[in-house]
Design a binder for this molecule. Structure first.
Ligand code: SF4
Length: 259
């Protein structure tokens, strides 16, 4: 396997807003003669796919830094995980946790959720966006779990996707976190990281998901989803990526990275 020499991270080097700002702004006055080749160089650099050795190196670093990454959605069992993921659409994990702590204390099974009823579920989750529709879905999916799956969360993608309010991302999160499957749920963070780094460029979450599944070695797949989410949430931020402290800044293909 090819040896990869890692560029050392600067110690205690503060993030330089000026530098980041500069990287996002277009140069004001540059001659066509100098800017065109530079643009071409940036393009070809961004398009260069990662080698298997580079991918292995990146995920080894993620693993060394955080061997057992945890999702941030609080849950008690596969059912409460499923409900939490359904509630998390267009909401933050912190916001969902705030509401579900009290909800799951009284309803941690489909049977208890039905007994609680839609109106009370609505009260518990009213701080979450789209709560009326989500309360409906939580009740409907609980009914379906009882009617068709013996009150248990099913273990196939198609079955999970058949539940009200659950789509592909929900199925991938549940299959990965509850049942240890090597799935890749693509949320806004994973989508951004997959594209920026050049690991798995794609125009849709599905393209990025399939691209990541193709390039990430199986030994990393159980935790890859969490490593990439956490990387996007805390380091590769949407507006001001913290490239200076990024573990994979020497491997990243983004032409606008700030290191
Ligand atoms: S170098 Fe910057 S853009 Fe690339 S992954 Fe790291 S934080 Fe994101």
């Amino acid at each position: 396997m090819a040896k990869i020499t890692r560029r050392p991270l600067p110690k205690n080097k503060p993030t330089s807003p000026k530098r980041i700002q500069k990287s996002h702004s277009r140069p004001a006055a540059k001659s066509a003669a100098t800017s065109a080749p530079k643009r071409a160089a940036k393009k070809s650099k961004a398009a260069k796919p990662w080698t298997p050795a580079e991918v292995h190196e990146a995920f080894s670093r993620f693993r060394n830094a955080n061997p057992e990454p945890r999702g941030e959605l609080e849950h008690l069992n596969p059912y409460t995980l499923l409900v939490a993921v359904v509630l998390s659409a267009q909401a933050t994990d912190a916001g969902v946790n705030k509401a579900t702590r009290a909800l799951f204390a009284v309803a941690d099974t489909p049977q208890k959720m039905l007994a609680l009823g839609e109106e009370k579920v609505r009260d518990y989750i009213k701080t979450i966006g789209l709560y009326r529709n989500k309360a409906k879905n939580v009740i409907a999916l609980s009914e379906k779990l009882i009617a068709e799956f013996g009150g248990e969360v099913p273990r196939t993608r198609a079955e999970i996707e058949s539940l009200p309010g659950a789509g592909r991302k929900t199925a991938n999160v549940v299959l990965n976190m509850a049942f240890g499957e090597h799935t890749m749920a693509v949320d806004t963070h994973v989508f951004r990281v997959g594209n920026r780094t050049g690991l798995a460029p794609g125009n849709t979450p599905l393209e990025v998901e399939l691209g990541l599944e193709r390039v990430i070695p199986p030994e990393f797949m159980l935790h890859a989803h969490h490593w990439l989410i956490l990387h996007g949430r805390y380091t590769c931020l949407a507006r001001k990526p913290r490239c200076e402290v990024c573990l994979i800044n020497d491997l990243c293909r983004w032409p606008e990275k700030t290191v």
